[in-house]
Design a protein around this ligand. Structure first.
Ligand code: 4NP
Length: 161
């Protein structure tokens, strides 16, 4: 079976506020999967609720626009049902990974990992208090991590099907 047939993958990208890193990660992962012909569901959420309902940070939107990556999301907080609805939960950094592990329900089925663990174990640094350059770096990292994640999950689904 070709690696493209992977509709079983449902990934949730998680950061703190769900306005900077994870909406960009969601947009980039969707865009790259579509370009690679991989069927996947992607969403994003924050471990904190400070920005619930807000659109992504204008710097996240500007960087996505510059790279022609469509972005359209509103911030929401992670819920316990996400641990069952998604197959993979991708934490942007260790602090968010710890928070996810803390709220993970006993019936969780999702694999909860640092997104960087699919490539180099590096966290995605929080760009909120810095300039646009930090957002550009987050974008480049999201591209690398999206490809690494898709490489691994398509390899796994091909082996097991
Ligand atoms: P994010 O960035 O977790 O990448 O969405 C942040 C957004 C907001 C805050 C911190 C980080 N905040 O403190 O409000």
């Amino acid at each position: 079976m070709p690696a493209q047939s992977s509709p079983e993958i449902k990934a949730l990208v998680v950061c703190l506020g769900n306005i900077c890193r994870s909406p960009m990660g969601e947009a980039v992962l969707k865009d790259i999967a579509q370009k690679r012909g991989i069927e996947i569901v992607v969403d994003s959420a924050g471990t904190a609720g400070y920005h619930v309902g807000e659109e992504p940070d204008e710097r996240t939107v500007a960087v996505c626009k510059k790279h022609n990556v469509p972005i359209d999301s509103h911030a929401r907080q992670v819920s316990t049902s996400d641990f069952v609805r998604f197959t993979h939960i991708l934490a942007s950094d260790e602090s968010n990974l710890r928070n996810l592990e803390r709220i993970k329900p006993s019936n969780a089925t999702a694999e909860v990992r640092l997104w960087g663990s699919y490539l180099d174990n590096k966290p995605i640094p929080d760009p909120y208090y810095g300039g646009i350059n930090g957002f550009e770096k987050v974008y480049e990292q999201c591209v690398r991590l999206s490809n690494a994640f898709l490489d691994e999950v398509t390899r796994t689904s091909t082996q097991t099907s």
